[in-house]
Design a protein around this ligand. Structure first.
Ligand code: PMV
Length: 322
């Protein structure tokens, strides 16, 4: 039996589109910051008495759809690790589920970590990252703390994440503006596949990411938080332009998302350098240098409730609890 804790990550250069749906192989590399605020803890216990896996999420048994998804993931793990037993899996999310706060990233990273640890077999964190990817692409990066890069790779073996800097020695920080924590209408999975096949701009996205990855890694090496934010914001908007140009077109923005983005732009006009990013949901995350935290918080708190604003520092990679 083992318990693993993994934190969510927010991509600064986004992953949007798979070239292999089965293996979850992405079209591009991506790069993210793991956060310390939002996490999942998952306990896995292999049990020779069981005739099928058993899952609870937040102490509730899962529905049929989640059961099928999770037991399929367990089958992939069993095949990789050469195990035959079914398992009890209990997962607690400290993240609003499916609201673009990347709960699936922490969930599948924690599950993959707990499976390997409970298996009693030798493994590396690269093995964990590779397995986590099969549950949810972004989970491959949550295995590591701080800044991590997912290498798109060519097959199941070489598509995994590696750390760029696990412990940051500069002031990169984020505020998540919680605008709507209900389940999102269009999952990232169906949203991204729709844009890959129908957006006339998808091909351009591949070179956008290539350029942004290069520029982002240089900005990180230079510890240039403002440039990191600037590249992340432009990368996010270009990702969202794929949804607007898809057929049928759609958007993850709501009216409050636009309001939040405008507030960040106003702060910038007033000389406070801060930037935004968004994922497959309406919540906006603000990227800034920690020395500007108070002024940004004070300004956002005039528009949003203080309880909607969650400050998050860079977080750690997977940890195991006895
Ligand atoms: O791994 P998924 O299916 O949760 O997709 C993640 C998609 C984004 O969050 C929008 C981008 C990313 O790289 O995390």
């Amino acid at each position: 039996m083992a318990t693993a804790k993994a934190h969510t990550n927010i991509a600064l250069v986004k992953y949007w589109g798979k070239r292999d749906n089965q293996l979850i192989l992405p079209w591009t590399d991506s790069l993210s910051l793991t956060l310390n605020e939002f996490y999942t803890t998952t306990t896995v216990k292999f049990d020779s008495e069981l005739s099928q896996d058993e899952f609870t999420i937040d102490q509730m048994p899962v529905d049929e759809k989640n059961f099928m998804k999770l037991t399929h993931f367990m089958d992939i793990a069993r095949e990789k690790i050469e195990l035959t037993q079914f398992a009890h899996v209990d997962s607690i999310n400290h993240v609003p589920i499916s609201a673009g706060l990347a709960s699936s990233s922490s969930a599948f990273a924690a599950l993959a970590g707990a499976i390997y640890e409970a298996s009693g077999k030798p493994y590396t964190m690269t093995d964990v990252s590779r397995l986590a990817r099969r549950g949810s692409g972004s989970a491959t990066r949550s295995v590591f703390g701080g800044l991590a890069q997912w290498h798109k790779g060519t097959d199941d073996n070489d598509s995994f994440a590696s750390p760029i800097q696990e412990k940051l020695d500069f002031g990169l920080e984020m505020i998540a503006i919680l605008l709507d924590t209900k389940k999102k209408k269009i999952s990232s999975r169906s949203g991204m596949q729709n844009t890959v096949t129908t957006s006339p701009f998808y091909h351009e996205w591949l070179s956008v990411v290539e350029n942004d990855m290069r520029a982002m890694k240089q900005a990180i090496a230079d510890k240039d938080v403002h440039l990191i934010g600037k590249i992340a914001e432009s990368n996010a908007m270009r990702m969202h332009s794929l949804t607007l140009s898809a057929d049928p077109h759609f958007t993850y923005f709501n009216a409050d998302s636009l309001l939040a983005m405008q507030e960040v732009e106003k702060l910038r006009e007033n000389g406070v350098e801060c930037f935004y990013t968004m994922d497959a949901g309406p919540n906006v995350k603000v990227i800034y240098d920690c020395q500007d935290r108070d002024v940004i918080l004070a300004s956002l708190a005039k528009v949003f409730g203080r309880n909607q604003l969650v400050v998050s520092q860079p977080g750690p990679g997977i940890t195991f609890m006895k």
